[in-house]
Design a protein around this ligand. Structure first.
Ligand SMILES: Nc1ncnc2c1ncn2[C@@H]1O[C@H](COP(=O)(O)OP(=O)(O)OP(=O)(O)O)[C@@H](O)[C@H]1O
Length: 244
């Protein structure tokens, strides 16, 4: 069983105009279990994207460590951004092939799993937003990461498309389980997807509560179950109402 252990003692930004320092993260500790799907829920500006950027090594200006345990090595990380960020001059297939050492049959399997086999040779400008999001998810899965970071990847999708992409994501993750850290402002989305919810506060970022989602995965399509769980959360953890 390997875990990703995140320990950040300090992450601060220096304001370029008045040179003041703002501490965004202080003494944050989060552990992700093997194959665990965790959703981060917190107010705007609390530092969620900052945290993901640190985990993706896009930001190295922090104090702390990110380790795969028990190996004590760096986890292999993939990142799905809010904006799919596909290269417009490359086809769908070339986009997913770019960062991956996966065999062609694996890429074909991923495309088929996401319902995109017919779009293999299409260019991004011919794809809908929902299709582009699916391509960006395939691109991340194709790298076979230890840890997949997802920063509000389904915002601005219409509800039926968001639901379809969520179901495809879970289907793909079930076939190749690994750790996922998923940022969302949508509590229903978080309950639908996660094994565990982590509620965050800001200034500096801290964990308010960690809540396992106890609804069996095969019952999560029942909106009544999601809604009951959501309402019970507000009763058991009244402090989370301020975050949403
Ligand atoms: N490069 C930067 N320089 C200075 N301050 C920054 C920088 N990037 C982020 N911040 C500040 O750090 C804090 C955390 O920002 P961050 O984008 O990580 O929050 P967030 O929780 O992802 O917000 P949202 O939910 O709105 O996307 C904010 O106060 C933001 O203004």
């Amino acid at each position: 069983m390997n875990q990703v252990a995140i320990q950040i003692s300090d992450k601060s930004y220096i304001n370029s105009s008045d040179k003041t320092t703002k501490q965004v993260i202080k003494n944050l500790q989060i552990t992700l279990a093997n194959n665990e799907f965790v959703c981060l829920v917190g107010p705007s500006g609390c530092g969620k994207t900052t945290l993901l950027n640190i985990l993706a090594k896009l930001d190295t200006q922090f104090s702390g460590s990110i380790e795969l345990r028990p190996e004590h090595s760096q986890p292999k990380v993939a990142y799905v951004f809010q904006n799919p960020r596909l290269l417009p001059w490359r086809t769908v297939y070339e986009n997913i092939q770019l960062a991956s050492a996966a065999k062609p049959e694996t890429l074909d399997f991923l495309l088929a799993s996401m319902g995109l086999a017919d779009e293999k040779d299409s260019y991004p400008e011919h794809l809908s937003l929902g299709m582009s999001r699916r391509v960006s998810i395939i691109r991340a899965f194709a790298t076979a990461p230890d840890l997949l970071l997802m920063d509000e990847p389904f915002v601005s999708l219409d509800p039926p498309t968001a639901r379809q992409v969520r179901e495809l994501l879970i289907d793909l993750w079930t076939k190749r389980p690994h750790k996922i850290l998923f940022v969302t402002h949508d509590l229903r989305e978080a309950i639908t997807l996660a094994d565990r919810l982590i509620f965050l506060n800001s200034s500096p970022m801290s964990v308010i509560s960690e809540v396992p989602v106890t609804i069996p995965r095969n019952k999560r399509h029942q909106e009544i179950k999601i809604e009951q769980f959501r309402q019970q959360l507000f009763i058991d953890y009244p402090q989370i109402a301020e975050l949403l």
